[in-house]
Ligand binder design. Structure first.
Ligand code: GSH
Length: 203
């Protein structure tokens, strides 16, 4: 299998962490949607990373589909509980964390447009999603060790990648002060080799 992703993509990182936690071998093919010569659209018409290329050449996207696939093909380190209710709960956490990341990415993209074309209203709307989302994640985590149940799951991976993206792109956000329980979760996650080995490069 080959994984097409950039090293800074939080969604690509989510997949790389799942691959590491499940001890699945793969080859990383680095490509970035921001590189004008990128080859991503040949595999994903949406032009987004990550894309997982299966051994028969079929491309899988998006990250949520890829991690479902990976969790099914190997019983090692199950990350999405087989029980339907518990599994859906994990996917709801993933959707919330990914949605926060999507909104944060839109804020970054807007800030890279020519100043005259930027909309402060649009950015504020996306930023409000980030703030509300973080409040919900922190409230739902409460004093627990992991996001769902009493073990590490895909929910924790998605939340960890979202927090890692905020650290990379919004160093002034101070979410650790606002939500100390998320800072504790982040510390637990950062101690795992899968997180340490996929930390985004300094930008
Ligand atoms: N829902 C997608 C989101 C993927 C995504 O937005 N990736 C970004 C990089 S982090 C991208 O490729 N952006 C390029 C674009 O939107 O054109 C997933 O979970 O894989």
């Amino acid at each position: 299998m080959k994984l097409i992703s950039s090293l800074t993509s939080p969604f690509g990182r989510k997949v790389r962490i799942v691959l590491a936690e499940k001890h699945i071998d793969y080859q990383l093919v680095e490509d970035s949607p921001h590189d004008p010569d990128n080859q991503i659209a040949a595999q994903n018409p949406l032009g987004k990373v990550p894309v997982l290329l299966l051994d028969d050449g079929k491309p899988l996207y998006d990250s949520s589909v890829i991690v479902d696939y990976l969790d099914q093909i190997s019983p090692v380190g199950k990350l999405i509980p087989a029980d339907h209710r518990q599994g859906i709960s994990v996917k709801r956490w993933e959707a919330l964390a990914d949605g926060i990341t999507d909104a944060a990415i839109l804020v970054v993209m807007e800030s890279r447009r020519p100043p005259a074309q930027q909309s402060a209203e649009w950015s504020a709307k996306q930023r409000a999603k980030v703030d509300r989302g973080l409040e919900r994640v922190a409230a739902d985590l409460a004093e627990r060790k992991w996001c769902t149940g009493d073990s590490f799951t895909l929910a924790d991976i998605a939340v960890g990648c979202m927090l890692g993206y905020l650290d990379m792109r919004f160093p002034d956000l101070q979410w650790t002060t606002l939500h100390p329980n998320l800072a504790e979760l982040r510390a637990r996650l950062d101690a795992r080799p899968s997180f340490a080995d996929t930390r985004p490069p300094a930008v």
